[in-house]
Design a protein around this ligand. Structure first.
Ligand SMILES: [Zn+2]
Length: 210
């Protein structure tokens, strides 16, 4: 007889069955079981809903923290260089249509059409996307291809490469390590000291004369 619950006005123990009967008016074992199951399910449902709400709020909070409002962020990327990230809309606003096509869509300008292929001025060629220094006029050479060509970047860290299998060719694509903007391709028929030819698009570069 351990089924005791609550207390009556007299201070004595009230049997559980009488408690149900007096407070809720249910004197049927089956109904009591059903009510208990209903209350349990309702509580369980509320806990699940509350849990989902908490999860959603935390996901939104994380997204806000990592994505921000799409402005340039200075978190280091895998190469150790500070990243420069914009939304596609911001890139379109920042770049000319030709620079956007080359830098953001891996386009290639027509040979002999760019503004730097035969330029011989001394200075630094910066990334047309994020203005970081990439190549020096000291490493520029006349490749006869109609594209500005260099034997090496200012340092290995400022550029990144990946294999490009487009147009039924296997080429090494080269991009700015900071903003990931596409610059051109690397070929192994360049002059000393590296034997490499960094074949770039003028539209992906900005020249800064000394
Ligand atoms: Zn860049």
């Amino acid at each position: 007889m351990g089924a005791e619950f609550g207390q009556n006005k007299g201070g004595g123990r009230l049997p559980l069955r009488d408690f149900w009967k007096k407070t809720i008016g249910i004197d049927n074992r089956l109904l009591r079981v059903e009510l208990a199951i209903y209350l349990f399910m309702k509580t369980f449902f509320l806990i699940v809903v509350a849990g989902l709400l908490v999860l959603q709020v935390s996901v939104f909070a994380t997204r806000d923290k990592t994505a921000g409002d799409g402005k340039a962020s200075e978190t280091p990327d895998s190469a150790g260089a500070p990243a420069f990230q914009l939304t596609e809309a911001e890139w379109k606003e920042r770049l000319s249509p030709e620079a956007y096509r080359v830098l953001r869509e891996h386009g290639t300008e027509r040979a002999y059409s760019g503004k730097y292929w035969d330029q011989k001025k001394e200075g630094i060629y910066q990334c047309g996307g994020c203005e970081v220094d990439l190549f020096s006029s000291e490493d520029k050479f006349d490749s006869g291809t109609g594209w500005p060509s260099f034997t090496r970047p200012l340092s290995e860290e400022v550029v990144g490469t990946q294999i490009d299998r487009s147009f039924f060719m296997v080429r090494t694509e080269v991009h700015c390590a900071r903003c990931k903007g596409h610059l051109g391709h690397i070929f192994k028929d360049g002059p000393e000291p590296t034997g490499l030819r960094y074949c770039l698009n003028s539209a992906a570069l900005t020249f800064r004369g000394d």
